[in-house]
Structure formats: structure tokens, C-alpha cells
Design a protein around this ligand. Sequence first.
Ligand code: PLP
Length: 389
Amino acid sequence: MDKYKFSRRTAWPRETNALDRILDQLRAREARVLDLTASNPTGCGFVYPEGLLTALNSPENLRYRPDACGMAEARQALAAYYARQNLPVSVDHIILTAGTSEAYSFLMRLLADPAEKILIPQPSYPLFQFLLELNDIHFDYYPLNYDGQWHVDMQGLKRLIDDRTRAVVLVNPNNPTGSYINHDELNALNDICRTHQLSIISDEVFFEYALQPAGAVSCIGNQPVLTFVLGGLSKTLGLPQMKCSWILGSGPEAALLEAFARLEIIADTYLSVNTPVQNALSPWLAQASAIQGQIMARVRENHKWLSAHLNKNTQLLSLQGGWYATLRIPAVKSEEEWVLEFLKEDHVLVHPGYFFDFTGEAFIVLSLLPEPAVFQEAVACIMKRLGKI
Ligand SMILES: Cc1ncc(COP(=O)(O)O)c(C=O)c1O
């Protein structure tokens, strides 16, 4: 072992933390844990249409017809799915990938050389650091500020740009703040990115889950700058296990052509999306509303219940969409101490704000996907404990 060398980029700290240790102890005792971090839709009691599995049983699946960008029929099904939402997507500007992480990696490889920089939002999705490190890319956080609504701090973002910056990542709506970009912000971002020749990567995996759909602005078809929108089956159909995501491109024609010519070679090197899923995409997307309807109803019900059962010490931050709710709780203890106490005393598991790189304390993040009985019981425990302050 001593003689083997491993890359510096994979020398991550791997110690288990106090929360993991308590969770392991509780699970070893077979104690019942109320898990408000649960965000895997396949474990949250949704009823998937029976036809989903039938669509996999096709003789076409015995034929391999590799296409680097994804099979034409699958890309046409995606373009049709977005056309039904009045979002223009060209079949030639779609690349299928095996999950959103792979889509991010392809784009990082396309846009930046080692040690160049991508800007990512804070707070946001905790996987970014790993994805960036694995691709040898540096990053800076640009702030999202809260004043009753979440806003991108455009001045803060602008100050971070230097000659090594290559792209800005948007998460739209953001995980976990549930905030969508608005028209003014997108215009401002386009101005900044056009001036500095930066691309936009807009992660819209949760886009369909808006509490008020009329207010949701997508970057699909964004023309002023090179733009890559990410979506995937894990949220659009609640099927993370099917491992299929996509990159939708738009922007100035020459840059877009060059980008897709290069992306096609990256994708051709892996050919990672399996055939059965691509053959099933058209019938599956036709059933999207059956799954999205159930998930949206669950999110609304849990959000409504949470709003109605806050105590005077707790603030529910305003939410426009997505699957998570953020609570500001009294900073008389650290987030770490609060989440350990919820788990130890009440057997309720929540994410601390620092997991998503919130600046300042104390925040906790709850998944809105758990079944209402579990969600309500867990929230009642949290409120009771916070009510004792
Ligand atoms: C913002 C965001 N993007 C991407 C993903 C992952 O998607 P996938 O399962 O397609 O890799 C998640 C998962 O929770 C997410 O929160």
C-alpha cells in the first residue's frame, strides 16, 4: 500500500461525522428514524404508472444503434416534451448523459482547462465541489442573498470574474432555497456573461416543480450567451435509477456549433446512456404529468402544513419551488448542535444549513417529499423542541 500513489484530487477527508455516528447507532438498535433528508422519490410512496416498465420490454432493446448525442428518437421526444411547455429546443442541440453529474463533467471538460474557474451559487447543491475538483477546475462562490426573497448578488458575482473565469452555474430553481431566477436577473447575467464571454450552465432539474408556475423563468433557448440547460429523469419523472439526463444548448450560432461539435466527441468517448432508457423516453415523457402531479401535491401539502405549524422561534424562508424547505432557527446553539439534538432526542434527521454552504447560522433544511404522516410527526418534534427556548 505504501508504494502506491494516488492522485491529490482524490485525497478527500473521509472521517465519519458525529451525525453519521449517531445515525449508525440508532439504526443498529433498529430505532425508528424520521428522515426529513429523504429526497429519493422512489422511496417516498409515490405510485408510478404501470406502463413505465412495459415501455422497457421492447425488441428494439436488443439492437445497439449508438449515437454519441443520444438516439434521434429520444432527442425528438425531449424536444417535443419541452415544446408542449412552449420552450424551444432544437434536436441538434441536445446531448443525453447518464445523470446530471456526467452532464456537469462534460461541460466542465468543454469549457475550462485545469485551474480555470467556474462560479457557483452559495448556498447550493453540495456536490459541486466534488465535481469541480474531479475535473481540476477552481471555483468561487457567488452569493445569493435573502431579504424575504432570494436574489443573485450580481455585484458580488461581477467582482469574482477574472481572466480565468469561464462559466457561471445557475441552479434554477436552486437547491435548497427553491428560488428561480427572474427576468431582470437573467438580463443582468446575460449582460455580464456577454461582456466577459462566459457561458451559463443552468441546472433546471427541479424546474417543473414550481409552487407558482407562472413566475418560473427558464434559460432554455437563452440566446445572448452560450447557454447549457441541464435536466434529467431523476426529477422530471422521479426516476433517478434510470440514469438519464440531458444538456440543452442555445446561444450565438457559431459558438453553439463549435460547442456541440466538441461535446459530441466527449459523449462519443463514453457512449454512456443505455439503449432501453432511450427507447422508453418517448412513452415515459408522455406520462410525466402523472408523476409530477403526485410529487407537486406532496410538496404543496407538506409546505402548507409546515407553514401552519411554525412556532414563534422559527422562520420558514420563502420558497418558489423545488423539493426542500429552509427554516431559520434560533442561533442559541450551532446548527451542528441542533441537528445532533434533533437526531439524538427525537430521532428526527434533518440537514444542517452548512451542508449547503449557507453563510451564517442557524438554518436547517427539510425535504418536502416524505409521506405527510412522517413529515408532520417529525416537524411537530422539531417545533416542540424549538418551542422550549
Ligand atoms: C441541483 C441538483 N442537480 C442535479 C442533481 C442530480 O441529478 P441526477 O440524479 O440526474 O444526477 C440533484 C440531486 O439532488 C440536484 O439537487
